[in-house]
Design a protein around this ligand. Structure first.
Ligand code: AMP
Ligand code: GLY
Length: 420
């Protein structure tokens, strides 16, 4: 079959890498793609947030299956347009993508389905929001309701910080995303992510992961989109994972179906775990980046069969064949990230890295210029490895990192420390 993957990051390179290994995949196109994807697939330049443009491209190129990587096209209804045109698609409708696109919607679904999550208030007025903060005190969490590229959450350790966040949000710091805010109880515990495929009726877990959000070693410094990740997450034991399915995921899937907006795609379930009890922090309606890289490294070619079963509403007959293995990914970022950084710097040594079913350098922000790989973003490479133990995977990943020559980049040397 002909497959189109939408996106340009490490997540999409990892999806392309896994899909490509499956004999069902004939032609593979990535849009817009990056230098890593260009090496294993065709890259096409289309506006991936424009459903009409995606449908037209898919029809012209006899695409049988579209896999949507990021959330923005989903929130924009790209999956709806594809389904209307009779093209198979992996990813939820715009109505179901509200589970990521609106934090207050997710809270409403939790209320309706009884899913455990932080207590909250929802405000469209700054004075009322401030009164709520003063009444509850710090620590407290202030969230812009809409999509804010991962930046709309302020975990305020003091009341003053929380009040400032309200001024910023209603002042337009997050554009339309901050016109409404959700203020949440601060939850303590350990965070982990659970990835579950849903076809509208059936939910099938495909793996657990943990990421490192802070830029610095020892989980210090500013927040980032993620400096590394590993799978599985030891804190998500079988028992806690089952609780998360019974108390959070399955009730959500049932509630979405009941409302006539069934959830189809991957549900990224962000959990806070304390004393053996998981609570929902957030949903995302796409794979995590870089969590997807470790999941794909572990799933390999079967990923395509699973994503197809999801799109064809056959998850009740699908099963995941798990190896008892571990994967880790180390993010190689441009110096300065998450602040200002230089673009266009040249990365050397990639030709000589050994890439196989256990070792892969996924590209997150790269472009080939005159035959050289250059950096185009903040998070640039995801150096990913698999092993029988997490320690073995970690050793492999850092051995690959050592072979890369990029003076303008940096990485954390302690990815995986919490689990080791
Ligand atoms: P979100 O985008 O909702 O996942 O928030 C980003 C990060 O903020 C999460 O991964 C948590 O580390 C933190 N966070 C969000 N909500 C809470 C909460 N209610 N209590 C504690 N930490 C939170
Ligand atoms: N790694 C966090 C995310 O993808 O949202």
């Amino acid at each position: 079959m002909n497959i189109l993957i939408l996106g340009s990051g490490g997540r999409e390179h990892a999806l392309a890498w896994a899909v490509k290994q499956n004999p069902k995949c004939d032609r593979l196109i990535c849009a817009p793609g990056n230098a890593g994807m260009d090496a294993i697939a065709e890259c096409a330049s289309i506006d991936i947030e424009n459903g009409g443009a995606v449908v037209e491209f898919a029809q012209e190129n006899s695409v049988d299956f579209v896999i949507v990587g990021p959330e923005a096209p989903l929130a924009n209804g790209v999956a709806d347009r594809l389904r209307e045109a009779g093209i198979k698609v992996f990813g939820p409708s715009a109505a179901a993508a509200r589970l990521e696109a609106s934090k207050s919607f997710t809270k409403e679904i939790c209320d309706a389905s009884g899913a455990p999550t932080a207590g909250y208030g929802h405000f469209t007025d700054a004075d009322a929001a401030k009164a709520h903060i003063r009444a509850n005190g710090a620590p407290i969490v202030v969230k812009a309701d809409g999509l804010a590229a991962g930046k709309g959450v302020i975990v305020a350790m003091t009341e003053a910080e929380a009040l400032d966040a309200i001024d910023d949000m209603f002042g337009g710091a997050f554009g339309g995303a901050g016109a409404e805010v959700v203020i949440e109880e601060f939850m303590e515990g350990e965070e982990a992510s659970y990835f579950v495929l849903c076809d509208g009726k059936t939910a099938l877990p495909i793996g657990t992961a943990q990421d490192h959000k802070r830029v610095g070693e020892g989980d210090t410094g500013p927040n980032t989109g993620g400096m590394g990740a590993y799978s599985p997450a030891p804190v998500l034991t079988d028992e806690i994972a089952q609780k998360a399915m019974d108390e959070i995921v399955n009730p959500t899937v049932a509630e979405m179906a009941k409302r006539g907006t069934p959830y189809q795609g991957v549900l990224y379930v962000g959990l806070m775990i304390k004393d053996g009890q998981p609570r929902l922090v957030e949903y995302n309606v796409r794979f995590g980046d870089p969590e997807c890289q470790v999941l794909m490294m572990r799933l390999g070619a079967q990923a395509l069969d699973l994503l197809l079963a999801c799109a064809e509403e056959r998850l009740d007959e699908a099963q995941v064949n798990w190896a008892d293995d571990h994967a880790i990914t180390v993010v190689y970022a441009a110096k300065g990230y998450p602040g200002a950084y230089e673009k266009g710097t040249v990365i050397g040594g990639l030709d000589s890295t050994q890439e196989d079913s256990k070792n892969m350098v996924f590209h997150a922000g790269t472009k080939a210029v005159d035959g050289k790989i250059t950096a185009t973003g903040g998070r640039v490479l995801n150096v990913t490895a698999r092993g029988n133990t997490l320690a073995e995977a970690q050793e492999r990943a850092y051995a690959m990192v050592d072979g890369i020559n990029w003076p303008d980049g940096f990485y954390r040397k302690d990815i995986g420390w919490r689990a080791l």
